[in-house]
Structure formats: structure tokens, C-alpha cells
Design a protein around this ligand. Structure first.
Ligand SMILES: [Zn+2]
Length: 156
């Protein structure tokens, strides 16, 4: 038995295990298959049967993970925007603060901040983990009940 025949024998045995072979062993098998009609045919058949399966296995978990990650990113963005909207509104209310009529601030907070808080909290309640809902509830309760006192304390 010469070397080519030995390699042919080994390659034929290894082709069914092709997916589990080390990279350099695969190279030896492929090199041999280029010059050996039998092994070339074997390898082609193996790839036709198993390669699509392997490719499918690799794609499917990604297909599940990607939309999930996108959803998580979207949710994080929404929480960020809800906070941003609050800070913008608080900024506007504080900027409009008139020391000559300080008690207007409390009314403005209820009139403008409360609808924003109620709307965004009801969105959060249905779509988010409860953690973010309660963080924002605490934040809004603080703003609605104590922001005017804080502003009076700081500006008057
Ligand atoms: Zn061969």
C-alpha cells in the first residue's frame, strides 16, 4: 500500500466526521479529494447533506437574538427619552419661575408635569420591566410633591 492509498483510506474514513476535524486535517482531506474522484464525490455529498444543516444551526440563534437585542435597545432608548422629556419640562418650568408669583410654580407643575407623568407611566407599566416603572413613579412623586419646595428653597 503506497502513501496515496493510505491517505485515500484515511480520507474516506474521515469525511463523515468532516465537521469535527481539526483545520489542518480538513486541509489534508480536501487536498486529497482534489485528486481523488471517490473522495471528491464523498465530500461533495457530505457537504450537500450537512452543510445546509450546520449553516441553519448557526443562523437560527442569531435570528432570535438580534430582534431581542433591538427591542432591548429600543426600550432603553424609550426610558432615556422619557427621562429627557421630564428634565426638559422641569427646565422649562424652572426657567418660567417668577419670584414675584412663586406659588404659580406648584400649579404649573401639576398642570404640565402631571399629564406627562401619567401618560408615560401608563406606557411603562405595560411594556417595561417593573423596575423602570417604579423608578419613574418615585421620580415623578418627588417632582410633583417636592420640586416646588426645592425651587422655593433654592431661588427665594
Ligand atoms: Zn480518496
Amino acid at each position: 500500500m503506497n502513501n496515496d492509498e493510505r491517505i485515500h483510506l484515511l480520507a474516506k474514513e474521515l469525511i463523515p466526521l468532516y465537521d469535527d476535524l481539526a483545520a489542518d486535517t480538513r486541509l489534508v482531506v480536501e487536498e486529497h479529494a482534489r485528486t481523488c474522484k471517490i473522495c471528491n464525490e464523498e465530500l461533495r455529498r457530505f457537504n450537500a447533506t450537512f452543510a445546509p444543516l450546520a449553516a441553519k444551526e448557526e443562523v437560527e440563534p442569531n435570528a432570535e437574538i438580534k430582534p431581542f437585542k433591538k427591542l432591548q435597545a429600543f426600550k432603553a432608548l424609550m426610558v432615556g427619552l422619557l427621562f429627557l422629556a421630564r428634565f426638559l419640562l422641569i427646565g422649562l418650568l424652572v426657567a418660567a419661575f417668577d419670584p414675584a408669583a412663586p406659588r404659580l410654580l406648584g400649579g404649573n407643575i401639576i398642570m404640565f408635569y402631571f399629564p406627562l407623568a401619567a401618560a408615560s407611566l401608563s406606557i411603562l407599566y405595560f411594556f417595561y420591566r417593573k423596575l423602570w416603572f417604579w423608578v419613574l413613579v418615585l421620580f415623578d412623586v418627588f417632582i410633583l410633591f417636592f420640586l416646588d419646595e426645592v425651587i422655593y428653597y433654592l431661588l427665594l
